[in-house]
Design a protein around this ligand. Structure first.
Ligand code: S3P
Length: 446
C-alpha cells in the first residue's frame, strides 16, 4: 500500500501535457501486432494496462520494442497468425485488454488462459462470452459470486469462426470491439448494431489499417442506430500512429482548475472525439469556462489544447444519454458536483457498478467521508454541492480506492479543495492509466 494525503496547495497555473489515450494505445499495439510489417507509434501511454496488452501480444508472437519515451515499434504476425502462448496471460487490472483480446482470440485456433488482479477477477465477462460463443469460440470462465462469468478463464478460438449479426444489449465499446476483432479473422461479414453510440476508436483505426469496415445509420425501434460491418480475413497494413492525449486523464486537471480559485491552466493535446467529450459538455452546462484552442487532427482523431479557468459551478441534471461519452469521467464529475451550488442529479449509470470498482458506491462512500452530501440511488448519485466552499476533508481513516485508478485520482482532486486534505489508502492503482499524475500535480505547485 502507498497511502498519501492530498491537500490544498493553491491555484493551478501554466501549461501541462497529459499522457496518451489509453483506449487508442491498446488498439495501436493490438492492430500493429496483427499487421504484416512495422508499425511506428508515438505518444503511447506507458501505463500498466497498456503494458499488459504489450506483454500479451509479445507472448503470442509479435515483436514490440520501446525506442524512446512513448515511441514504440511493433512487428506483427498477420491476421490469423497469433501463436499459442506458453503461460497464462496476466491482464492485471485491465478490462479493455481482456475483452478485446478475447475477441481477437475467438477466431484463432489456439487455447489461451487469462488471469487478472482482484478487481478484474470480479468483472463480468459474460457480455463478451455470449457473442463470441455464437461465433464458435469455446470459453470456460470461473463462476462469480453473483452468478456472473469471470476470470480466470480459458478460451479456445474457432477456426474458422462464424460471422454473426449482433445488437449490443449494453452500451459498451469493449463488447463492440471484441466482436469486430473476432470478425477480422472470420470469413464473410460480421455485423454489430449499436443502438447507443460508444467510443469509435476501433472503427477509425481498423479503417486506417486497411480493414474493410463500413458504418451506416439506420432507424431502429428506439431511434437511430449505428450498423458496423467488417469483412473478415483482412490483411492489415502497418501504420504510423500518433496517439493523442487522453481526455479521461485530462479530466482530473480540468476539474481541478475549475474548482481551485485563481486557476488558469492550459492542457495541451487533448483528444476530443465526440464519443469521448461528454464531460466537457456537462461541465459547460454547469457554468465551466473551457476554451478549445488550436483545433487539429492527430492520428485520425480531433484534438485541441484546452484553456480552463476557475469557474463557479451550478448543479445540473445530467442527461443519461450522454453517459457513454463520459463513462469514465463520472467519478471526477461527482467531485465537481460536490463543490457546485445546488443539486446535481445523475441517472442511468448502472454500468458504473461494474467498472474497476462499483464507482457509485465507492464514490458515494469516499465523498461522504470527505464531507460531501450524497444520496446513492440504484443508477446514479444525487449530490448537494457546497457552492464553492471547501469540503471538510478526511480527518480520520483514509478513503478506500478499491484498486481503482479513477477513484484515487478523483479523490486526490477532492483533497485539493478540502480544509483538512483527503487521505487515500493507496495511490499505486494510479499507475494503471496515468503513472505521471502525482508528479504532474506536484510540479504544478512547486
Ligand atoms: C473502453 C471502453 C469503456 C471504458 C474503458 C475503455 C475501451 O468500457 O470504460 O475504460 O477502450 O473500449 P465499456 O466498453 O465497458 O463501457
Amino acid at each position: 500500500m502507498r497511502p498519501r494525503r492530498f491537500t490544498a496547495a493553491g491555484a493551478l497555473k501554466g501549461s501541462i501535457k497529459v499522457p496518451g489515450d489509453k483506449s487508442i494505445s491498446h488498439r495501436a499495439l493490438m492492430f500493429g501486432a496483427l499487421a504484416v510489417g512495422e508499425t511506428c507509434i508515438s505518444g503511447l501511454l506507458e501505463g500498466e494496462d497498456i503494458m499488459a496488452t504489450a506483454a500479451a501480444m509479445r507472448a503470442m508472437g509479435a515483436t514490440i520494442d520501446r525506442v524512446a519515451e512513448g515511441e514504440w515499434r511493433v512487428r506483427g504476425v498477420g491476421v490469423g497468425g497469433l501463436l499459442q502462448p506458453d503461460v497464462a496471460l496476466d491482464m492485471g487490472n485491465s478490462g479493455t485488454s481482456t475483452r478485446l483480446l478475447l475477441g481477437l482470440l475467438a477466431s484463432h485456433g489456439i487455447t489461451v488462459s487469462f488471469t487478472g488482479d482482484a478487481s478484474l477477477s470480479k468483472r463480468p465477462m459474460g457480455r463478451v462470452i455470449e457473442p463470441l460463443a455464437q461465433m464458435g469460440a469455446d470459453i470456460l470462465a470461473s463462476p462469480g459470486s453473483d452468478g456472473s462469468q469471470t476470470l480466470p478463464l480459458m478460451i479456445r478460438g474457432a477456426q474458422p469462426a462464424v460471422p454473426i449479426t449482433y445488437r449490443l444489449p449494453v452500451a459498451s465499446a469493449q463488447v463492440k470491439s471484441a466482436i469486430l476483432l473476432a470478425g477480422l479473422n472470420t470469413p464473410g461479414v460480421t455485423t454489430v448494431i449499436e443502438p447507443v453510440p460508444t467510443r469509435d476508436h476501433s472503427e477509425r483505426m481498423l479503417t486506417g489499417f486497411g480493414a474493410e469496415l463500413t458504418v451506416e445509420e439506420q432507424l431502429g425501434a428506439d431511434g437511430p442506430e449505428r450498423v458496423i460491418r467488417i469483412r473478415g480475413e483482412a490483411e492489415l497494413k502497418p501504420q504510423t500512429i500518433e496517439v493523442p492525449g487522453d481526455p479521461s486523464s485530462a479530466a482530473f486537471f480540468i476539474v481541478a482548475a475549475l474548482l481551485v480559485p485563481g486557476s488558469d491552466l492550459i492542457i495541451e493535446n487533448v483528444g476530443l472525439n465526440p464519443t469521448r467529450a461528454g464531460l466537457i459538455e456537462a461541465l459547460r452546462l454547469m457554468g465551466a469556462q473551457i476554451e478549445e484552442l488550436n483545433a487539429r487532427t492527430v492520428g485520425g482523431e480531433p484534438v485541441a489544447d484546452l484553456h480552463v479557468v476557475h469557474s463557479p459551478l451550478k448543479g445540473t441534471v445530467v442527461d443519461p444519454s450522454i453517459a457513454p461519452s463520459m463513462i469514465d469521467e463520472f467519478p471526477i464529475l461527482f467531485v465537481a458536483a460536490a463543490m457546485a451550488e445546488g443539486r446535481t442529479v445523475t441517472s442511468g449509470l448502472h454500468e458504473l457498478r461494474v467498472k474497476e470498482s462499483d464507482r457509485l458506491k465507492v464514490m458515494a462512500e469516499a465523498l461522504t467521508a470527505a464531507g460531501a452530501k450524497i444520496e446513492e440511488r440504484e443508477d446514479g448519485l444525487v449530490i448537494d454541492g457546497t457552492g464553492g466552499n471547501p469540503l471538510a476533508g478526511t480527518a480520520g481513516d483514509p478513503v478506500f480506492t478499491h484498486l481503482d485508478h479513477r477513484i484515487a485520482m478523483s479523490m486526490a482532486i477532492a483533497g485539493l479543495v478540502s480544509r483538512d486534505g483527503v487521505e487515500l489508502d493507496d495511490t499505486r492503482p494510479i499507475a494503471t492509466s496515468f503513472p505521471a499524475f502525482e508528479q504532474l500535480l506536484d510540479d504544478l505547485f512547486s
